[in-house]
Design a protein around this ligand. Structure first.
Ligand SMILES: Cc1cc2nc3c(=O)[nH]c(=O)nc-3n(C[C@H](O)[C@H](O)[C@H](O)COP(=O)(O)OP(=O)(O)OC[C@H]3O[C@@H](n4cnc5c(N)ncnc54)[C@H](O)[C@@H]3O)c2cc1C
Length: 505
């Protein structure tokens, strides 16, 4: 095989996959049909977990400057009073980053591609359009068009990150499970030289700054979202009402009428206006032989919590450590069969939350909207953040049944300002309460929590779970925890990666 992995599509998800795999030393070919990355923003929000992944992928210094920390989400009802607040001001930041960031997708994509330039084992082919694939037990033969000629590459695996209209997914005849949500919205991006004018909103919490929040106006007259961006970038999303025509809504005078009300005398320039169908779709099969769907090729979500791209980045983080374990450590190929069981329920849970929010956000009947306001206010939990929507892994390569298995592990900032992952390095890590806790393995670094310059954060985490050891996977997910010795935990990891190997007692 010429390559370990061929990645089809170099959007944000494919580019992150290539950075992760290239840093692990895998031979990677990236095929991208366009010569330039997509020039207009789609995603505008990501969360702390993505920043940690960019750390792992070695691109954090490139992309951190693109990011503007923000304060969460505010939902406003039909009566223009707050119905739900998921603010992060003053909340702990256990993962080493702010909870939420706004960014400009074209800048992020450019920086992710620059990262590939550093990796000798990654070959990025621009203007290369995937056309077909065939596979057998050994691997996959990929066909693509470049410079008017058909070309062929052989590879062990393919990751299809070729977006919502994925040619790979269609070629494999994988159906999409429709989560029964589809609403038309107009998306407007603008450069705005000043603050946005909000209408009078009752009940805005004292710590909330509307200019730093994603504000969802659940107004049955016209549901709309207002999102700050990096620099002067601002995003508006307006629901189309029944009978409204996409083309008419994108006309400059209509767009100006809609956004102008929010900017009064503030100078601004519209960057673009486009209509989208917001929907919830999940592929029924994420793996076909040695081909894996990831990112929008595998699922699409309404963007109400800004998680679409984040899902895709979690997908490729999941695939990347498993592919690296197979190539570099001889783990069994069946390890990759845990990809869909781990990711599919996770994605469905978060898309489910976005669809549920979408159903109340998109309510156009004033009476039902008023009733909805009461229900959401009654259900809203004080102190909730969007982070609470992201579940732990429930199955797969975890030591199920041990406390916190499948959860994301904290990333404290150390006394010298470094973040925990930078201090420990990546890969498998075993944190023990103190030197007396037995257990070590050649494939994991071992850290005595009582000696870490982390202000006691890891010890506090162990205390909270009432355990003495925690084993982390390379994607910072908790494999499992143990009381007293960690030997059984380490053995359980071996059994997961090498199910057919005799493990010495
Ligand atoms: C209005 C809107 C708002 C959003 N807001 C957010 C948000 O705030 N936060 C968030 O996380 N997500 C958000 N999203 C979702 C996010 O934009 C997508 O999930 C993300 O861009 C998907 O990335 P991807 O790499 O999977 O696919 P894409 O970005 O679509 O990239 C696919 C790539 O594959 C290439 N390609 C396609 N076919 C071929 C082929 N045959 N051969 C070679 N290359 C090919 C394409 O040229 C493209 O470069 C939003 C989406 C929309 C529409």
């Amino acid at each position: 095989m010429q390559y370990d992995t061929v990645i089809v599509g170099c959007g944000p998800v494919g580019a992150t996959a290539a950075n992760l795999l290239g840093r692990s030393g895998l031979r990677v070919l990236v095929l991208e049909k366009e010569l330039e990355h997509y020039p207009l923003p789609r995603a505008v929000h990501l969360d702390h977990e993505m920043m940690r992944l960019f750390q792992s992928a070695g691109v954090i210094d490139r992309v951190a400057g693109d990011m503007v920390a923000t304060d969460g989400h505010l939902h406003v009802g039909a009566d223009h009073g707050v119905i739900r607040y998921m603010g992060t001001v003053g909340k702990p930041k256990p993962y080493g980053w702010s909870n939420d960031y706004f960014f400009y997708q074209p800048e992020l994509e450019a920086h992710l591609r620059e990262g590939l330039g550093e990796l000798e084992t990654v070959e990025l082919r621009l203007g290369a359009t995937f056309t077909a694939l065939a596979q057998d037990d050994e691997g996959v033969t990929v066909r693509f068009q470049q410079d008017g000629a058909e070309q062929v590459a052989t590879t062990r695996w393919v990751i299809a990150t070729d977006g919502a209209r994925s040619a790979v997914r269609k070629g494999l005849c994988v159906a999409l499970d429709d989560l029964d949500f589809e609403e038309p919205w107009l998306v407007v991006d603008a450069e705005v030289e000043g603050p946005v004018s909000f209408p009078e909103i009752a009940g805005v919490p004292a710590d909330a700054d509307l200019q730093r929040l994603s504000v969802m106006m659940c107004d049955p007259a016209r549901p709309a979202t207002i999102v700050p961006g990096r620099g002067n970038h601002r995003r508006w999303e307006f629901m189309l009402l029944p009978g409204e025509d996409d083309t008419a809504m994108m006309a400059p005078e209509k767009v100006q009428e809609l956004v102008g009300a929010w900017m009064k005398d503030v100078p601004h320039a519209i960057v673009r206006a486009a209509t989208y169908r917001f929907h919830g779709l999940v592929a029924e099969q994420w793996q076909v032989g040695n081909v894996f769907l990831a990112g929008d090729a595998a699922h699409q979500t309404p963007p109400f919590f800004g998680q679409g791209m984040c899902h895709g980045l979690r997908d490729v983080a999941n695939l990347a450590w498993k592919m690296a374990a197979i190539v570099n450590e001889g783990a069994e190929a069946a390890l990759l069969e845990t990809y869909q069981p781990e990711r599919d329920p996770h994605v469905r849970a978060v898309i489910g939350a976005a669809v549920a929010a979408g159903r109340y956000i998109c309510e156009l009947d004033p009476a039902k909207a008023a009733q909805r306001d009461g229900e959401i206010r009654a259900k809203a939990r004080a102190g909730e953040t969007a982070h609470d929507l992201i579940p732990a892994l429930a199955t797969g390569v975890i030591h199920a049944g041990s406390p916190a298995a499948g959860a994301r592990f904290v990333q404290p900032i150390l006394a010298d300002g470094r973040k925990l992952d930078d201090f420990t390095g990546g890969g498998w890590r075993l944190f023990v309460r103190d030197a007396a806790v037995a257990g070590e393995a050649s494939w994991a670094s071992r850290w005595d929590a009582s000696q870490l310059p982390d202000g006691g954060a890891v010890l506090a985490w162990l205390d909270a779970q009432d355990v003495d050891a925690v084993l982390l996977r390379p994607d910072h997910c908790v494999f499992g925890t143990a009381r007293t010795g960690a030997q059984d935990l380490l053995a359980a990891r071996d059994a997961a990666l090498y199910p057919h190997k005799e493990i010495a007692a």
